[in-house]
Ligand binder design. Structure first.
Ligand code: UDP
Ligand code: MG
Length: 313
C-alpha cells in the first residue's frame, strides 16, 4: 500500500459481490480527483459469496487497496474498527459497500475536515429506505440525543469523515459492543454535519434483520448512557411513592366512609408497594451489573485471518 496516504477510505463488506466492481469504478476516479495520496481499506466480514476473491484481486491490482480478511462475521462496526487500526490517513472516511452512500460526496467531506472540524457527520437527503426504517431511525435519533446529551441528526448514516486525532482515540478504546458515530462524537471537539445524497441499495438485500437492528440499537443505548437503568430505578421509586399515597388515602377513607370490599384494596396498596421496591431493587442491581459489564469486556473483538495488499504483512 501507499507510503503516507492523506485520505483513508474504510469499507466494511458482507456478501456484497455484485456491488464491489461498480463501487471501485466510481470510487477510484473520485479519489484521484482529490489529488492527494490515498488508501482504501476493505474489511471482508466473513462473506459467504465471492466478495473476498474479488477484493483480494483488487488488492493485487491496485497498490492503494488493502483487504482485511475476518475469520467470521463480527459485524459492521467491528469491521470498521479493524480498518481504523490499519489506517494511516490524516482524514478517514467510512462508506457502505452497497452504493447507498454516493462516493462522489467524499471530496465535500474532506473539504469539511480541512475547515477544521474533527468529525463530519452526514444527514441523508431523500433517504431511500423503507418507511419502517425511516420512522424507527427518527425515534432512535431523538431518544439517543436526549439520553446521551449528544447532538446528531442522523446516527445511522455511515458516510462520515474523521480526523486522525479522533481515529487515534477510537483505536485506544477496547469496547466490544459499540456504535462508531456515537463513539467518535464523544472524542470530537468540533463536529460538523453536512447533507448528502442517498441512494437505494444497488444490489442484494440489507444485512440487518429486525433482530439485528434491535440489537444494534441496544448497543447504541447501553454503550453510551446509563439512563435506561436509571429510568428503571426511578420507576420503582415512583411506584412506591404512589402506593404509599394510595394506602394513606384508603386509611382516611376507612375512617370516613368505612372499609372498601373487605380490605382487598388495602392489600393491593401494600402489594404495589412491595412490587415497587422489587423493581427498584432490580434496577439497582442493574446499575451495578451495567457498570461491571462495561469493565469486563476484554474478549478479542474480532479475529483477522489474513491481510491482503498491506506492506507490513
Ligand atoms: N456489513 C458488514 N457486516 C455485517 C453487516 C453489514 O460488514 O454484519 C456491511 C455491509 O456489507 C454494508 C454496510 O455494512 O457495506 C451496511 O450494511 P447494509 O447496507 O446491509 O445496512 P443498511 O444500509 O440496511 O443499514
Ligand atoms: Mg445499505
Amino acid at each position: 500500500m501507499q507510503e503516507k496516504p492523506y485520505v483513508t477510505v474504510v469499507i466494511p463488506v458482507y456478501n456484497e459481490e455484485p456491488n464491489l466492481p461498480p463501487l471501485i469504478n466510481r470510487l477510484y476516479p473520485v479519489m484521484q480527483q482529490i489529488g492527494r495520496p490515498f488508501e482504501i481499506i476493505f474489511t471482508d466480514d466473513g462473506s459467504r459469496d465471492d466478495s473476498l476473491s474479488i477484493l483480494s484481486q483488487m488488492a493485487e491490482k491496485y497498490p492503494e487497496i488493502g483487504v482485511i480478511e475476518f475469520n467470521g462475521n463480527f459485524g459492521q462496526h467491528m469491521a470498521i474498527l479493524a480498518a481504523f487500526e490499519k489506517s494511516h490517513g490524516e482524514v478517514v472516511i467510512t462508506l457502505d459497500a452497497d452504493l447507498q452512500n454516493p462516493p462522489e460526496e467524499i471530496p465535500r467531506l474532506v473539504a469539511e475536515i480541512e475547515k477544521g472540524h474533527d468529525v463530519v457527520g452526514t444527514i441523508r437527503q431523500k433517504r431511500q429506505d423503507t418507511l419502517f426504517r425511516r420512522v424507527a431511525s427518527r425515534i432512535v435519533n431523538i431518544t439517543t440525543n436526549k439520553m446521551t446529551g449528544m447532538q446528531m441528526s442522523d446516527y445511522g448514516c455511515m458516510l462520515r469523515a474523521y480526523h486522525r486525532n479522533v481515529i487515534n482515540n477510537i483505536n485506544r478504546c477496547e469496547e466490544t459492543t459499540t456504535f462508531i458515530p456515537a463513539l467518535a462524537q464523544t472524542f470530537s471537539a468540533n463536529p460538523s454535519e453536512i447533507k448528502v445524497a442517498h441512494a437505494e441499495r444497488a444490489e442484494g438485500e440489507s444485512k440487518y434483520s429486525l433482530y439485528r437492528l434491535i440489537r444494534l440499537n441496544f448497543d447504541l443505548m447501553t454503550g453510551f448512557s446509563v439512563v435506561p437503568l436509571q429510568l428503571f430505578a426511578l420507576m420503582g421509586i415512583l411506584t412506591s411513592v404512589f402506593s404509599i399515597a394510595f394506602a394513606v388515602f384508603l386509611l382516611i377513607r376507612r375512617f370516613i366512609i368505612g372499609a372498601e370490599v373487605e380490605g382487598v384494596f388495602t392489600l393491593f396498596a401494600i402489594l404495589f408497594f412491595f412490587i415497587g421496591i422489587i423493581i427498584f431493587g432490580i434496577g439497582l442491581v442493574g446499575e451495578y451489573v451495567g457498570r461491571i459489564y462495561q469493565e469486563v469486556r476484554k474478549r478479542p473483538r474480532y479475529v483477522v485471518r489474513k491481510l491482503h495488499g498491506f506492506r507490513e504483512n
